[in-house]
Design a protein around this ligand. Structure first.
Ligand SMILES: NC(=O)c1ccc[n+]([C@@H]2O[C@H](COP(=O)([O-])OP(=O)(O)OC[C@H]3O[C@@H](n4cnc5c(N)ncnc54)[C@H](O)[C@@H]3O)[C@@H](O)[C@H]2O)c1
Ligand SMILES: O=P(O)(O)OC[C@H](O)CO
Length: 342
């Protein structure tokens, strides 16, 4: 008999592989599911994911598989690390092999097109009987695999989910904090991708540190304004899944969203910027969907509107920046001085 926990990670990209490797390194048995059987065999043979994490040896406890049933049948916890565009499709594939007592946790930082659903909402709809949660925080895969110190947030309304995920993920280089605001934590991770594009763009254009600081702080104001309108707790944005993830993603060239912005600032087309990444940058679609939602709900989001014009309508950055700077005067922290009271 063994009391080792069995875990499945769905999605063999950067983050899925890093997460599965972290869990395997702790001595737990983990299946990493991916759709490509040849790639799974190659990972098992070489103990390396050449496509996403070249040169990084993976734990012996990690087994890659293209067989969903094999990955899921004994798993106590299932992490889903699939880009938002395919998330529902993969959950539907997994559903026949899942029992209602299995914990399902999303790591995905994106929004579903048309429905404007976050991944926790997809999980609730598709797996109404399962305990669910999300993790989010300053979690660049390429730093975690080097065991650089960081932390994440497990958000769930179910205390058993929070405790189980804290136990399975925490280690000397990865702390796991808990939250009950699943929607807020998820929105933090999702929205910051938009502002990382803006940050990369401004860095490529040589804008200074004052500008960077203003951009991040106003991004936080805008993110929390939007999230509160949608029912999240504004205090969540003071935590790792809010300001924590915003800082790292707006500062690091390891962020794919930042890199897309940087490439746009260098004059590349959006198509070239996205294609040269070879990995998902959720912020591009998120920008589109959030702009639509903000217009629909009449939420004031000048950074989203300005970036949308630059990214999708080729507006010159200098013109958009000037317009924003000369815009009507506003409040700094609107939970202190509401904009309506100005
Ligand atoms: N990479 C990071 O640093 C990081 C950190 C935290 C969260 N995330 C989030 O995790 C999610 C996944 O990101 P990633 O970095 O692993 O992306 P990635 O581009 O590195 O990998 C995505 C993986 O999903 C697979 N995939 C796509 N559609 C699929 C389908 N229909 N069926 C099966 N597999 C499919 C791809 O083959 C690929 O292996 C994103 O929402 C991202 O925002 C990423
Ligand atoms: O590479 P990005 O831009 O998808 O960001 C990765 C993570 O979300 C950082 O926490």
């Amino acid at each position: 008999m063994t009391d080792r926990v069995k875990v499945a990670v769905l999605g063999g990209g950067s983050f899925g592989t890093v997460l599965a490797n972290l869990i395997g390194s702790k001595g737990e048995q983990v299946y990493l599911w991916m759709r490509n059987a040849e790639r799974a065999e190659e990972i098992n043979r070489s103990h390396e994911n050449h496509r996403y994490l070249p040169g990084r040896p993976l734990s012996e406890n990690l087994t890659a598989t293209a067989d969903l049933q094999q990955a899921l049948q004994d798993a106590e916890i299932v992490f889903v690390s699939i880009p938002s565009q395919s998330f529902r499709e993969v959950i539907r594939q997994a559903k026949p092999f899942l029992r209602a007592d299995q914990i399902v946790v999303s790591t995905t930082k994106g929004i579903e097109a048309k429905s404007f659903s976050l991944m926790s909402q997809i999980l609730s709809e598709e797996l109404p009987g399962n305990p669910i949660g999300v993790i989010s925080g300053p979690n660049l895969a390429k730093e975690i695999v080097q065991q650089q110190l960081t932390a994440t947030v497990i958000a769930s309304e179910d205390e058993r989910v929070r405790t189980a995920v804290q136990q399975i993920l925490h280690c000397a280089f990865f702390r796991v904090y808990a939250s009950s605001d699943m929607y807020g934590v998820e929105l933090g991770g999702t929205l910051k991708n938009i502002y990382a594009i803006a940050s990369g763009l401004s860095a490529a254009l040589g804008m200074g540190e004052n500008t960077k600081s203003m951009l991040m702080t106003r991004s936080l104001a805008e993110m929390s304004r939007f999230a509160v309108q949608l029912g999240a707790n504004p205090m969540t944005f003071l935590g790792l899944a809010g300001v924590g993830d915003l800082i790292v993603t707006c500062s690091s060239p390891l962020s794919r969203n930042y890199r897309v912005g940087y490439a746009l600032g260098e004059g590349k087309t959006l198509e070239d910027a996205v294609e040269s990444l070879g990995e998902v940058a959720e912020g591009v679609n998120t920008l589109r969907y959030v702009k639509e939602k903000a217009d629909e709900l009449e939420i004031y989001m000048p950074l989203v509107s300005g970036l949308y014009e630059v990214v999708f309508n080729h507006a010159p950055v200098s013109q958009v920046a000037k317009m924003m700077m000369l815009n009507t005067q506003s409040s700094d922290v609107e939970f202190v001085l509401p904009r309506a009271d100005l």
